[in-house]
Design a binder for this molecule. Structure first.
Ligand code: SAJ
Length: 419
């Protein structure tokens, strides 16, 4: 099993393809975008991820990695395509479907197909298997099918791809064991074998666990605001209990995973997902809570200007997918406020980006939305001279509030009842 074809060269596919190439596999990376294919073939990358450029460059240089618009016959096919959500909060499985259909003409006896994309439980059994069987391929004897959901954290992808434990679900025993042979060649974490639908559910419930727990933190933060106490102090003390782990409150949950995957379960089982659904709504309601907080801080100001710090969905990444920071900015604009947004990581954005000086200049309120570490190094004494009104709303509890207060800022923190 030396020849590998990776369908989809995004956040997961490209790192996986290059790690496989650096472990001696002959890898063809396939993407529907000619721009992505050309970029990768030139040894460059189209996404921001620490260390990835070097690994891709080395993989292309070694001749083990090539990119193309079309698949070719291989021993193993990885499906690492997006599984986004449409406007109706339904899983859009069209990329998985078209990637499967694209490999069908190239499949040969003994080939292994591995679905890496996070997918609604039942995808391998009810979507991929029928496509393969319709093409006359018996799964489990002619070809093998497995699901090995990715679990990496953006910003640490290359490290986690190797170090994390992996769950491999097989469509029958042979399938999982074959996939284990591939992952075993580069994964240093433990590998656990199970059936395909269990593996699908494991991944979706991992991210749902996180979403529900973040919703609990956000709900507790709102209660603390009403009680006039500080959520971070409550969480810190509660977390001294050996079996309690209160998550961090913030302006909402973004990214392509945690804010999306719980909907897969809600869509499939609307009658049985009250808790998951409520948690989703709580997290989706946080941008409005933040926007209302800003509106209170600028009440009475004529044509207020807001300095928004951070557009990415979380700190130290350039990814704006489903970012609550973007939703906050849009809500502030809808309320008639002028917003100057800054982000040190985001390079391409549909939203206009301001330099840090232009962002702060004449602002009536500074709202920190994304927890980029860079913002800890801002000097409030200098910034106080740029703004019109020294008001800070820290929605991530990131900054040194004493320093900002000393510089003359009025400070509000999400989850804290005291301004
Ligand atoms: N967030 C909070 N409070 C917290 C933790 C996170 O508000 O206590 C927010 C973040 O700011 C962000 C969102 O939640 O907007 C999600 O951030 P994250 O760091 O929890 O998750 P992702 O989307 O970057 O990556 C997750 C990871 N899952 C977990 O940590 C359980 C990763 O391991 C998965 O592989 C990835 O989703 C995925 O692809 O599913």
């Amino acid at each position: 099993m030396k020849k590998v074809c990776v369908m989809g060269l995004g956040y997961i596919g490209l790192p996986t393809a290059s790690v496989l190439a650096s472990n001696g596999f002959k890898v063809l990376g396939v993407d529907v975008s000619a721009n992505v294919v050309d970029t990768v073939n030139a040894g460059n990358i189209h996404i921001e991820e620490p260390g990835l450029h070097t690994v891709v460059q080395a993989a292309i240089g070694s001749g083990n990695l090539r990119a193309s618009l079309t698949p070719e016959p291989s021993d193993v096919f990885f499906l690492s395509v997006p599984t986004p959500m449409n406007e109706e909060k339904q899983a859009d499985m069209s990329y998985v479907r078209s990637a499967t259909e694209a490999i069908v003409p190239h499949l040969q006896n003994g080939n292994l197909i591995i679905l890496e994309s996070t997918s609604p439980p039942g995808t391998c059994r009810d979507l991929i298997c029928p496509i393969l069987e319709e093409a006359g391929l018996k799964v489990g004897s002619d070809v093998y099918l497995a699901h090995c959901p990715e679990r990496v954290l953006p910003g640490r992808i290359l490290k986690e791809l190797i170090e994390n434990d992996r769950v491999i679900g097989g469509y029958g025993e042979h399938c999982a064991a074959r996939a284990e042979a591939i992952y075993g060649s580069f994964v240093e974490g433990e590998i656990f074998l199970t059936d395909v639908t269990t593996a699908e559910m494991v991944k979706v419930i991992e991210n749902t666990f996180r979403d529900v727990n973040i919703a609990l933190a956000n709900e507790a933060a709102i209660l603390c605001e009403k009680l006039g106490i500080n959520f971070s102090a409550v969480a810190k003390l509660a977390n001294r209990h050996p079996r309690v782990n209160i998550h961090t409150a913030g302006p909402g949950v973004g990214g392509h995973c945690i804010s999306v995957d719980p909907w897969f379960l809600i869509e499939q089982f609307p009658e049985d997902t009250d808790l998951i659904h409520r948690a989703r709504l709580r997290n989706d309601g946080m941008p409005a809570h933040v926007a209302n907080g800003v509106a209170e801080l600028v009440a009475g100001v004529d044509k207020p200007k807001v300095a928004a710090l951070g557009l990415a969905f979380k700190g130290n990444v350039d990814d704006m997918r489903e970012s609550p920071s973007v939703t906050v900015v849009e809500l502030l604009q809808e309320k008639g406020m002028e917003v100057a947004a800054h982000d040190p990581y985001v390079k391409k954005s549909t939203m206009e980006l301001a330099s840090i000086e232009d962002c702060f200049k004449d602002a009536d309120c500074v709202v920190l939305l994304t927890d980029h570490s860079d913002y800890k190094y801002l000097n409030p004494n200098q910034l106080e001279k740029l703004v019109r009104k020294p008001v800070l709303f820290d929605t991530r509890n990131l900054l040194d509030h004493n320093e900002w207060r000393k510089a003359g800022f009025q400070v509000k923190v999400l989850g804290s009842g005291a301004v």
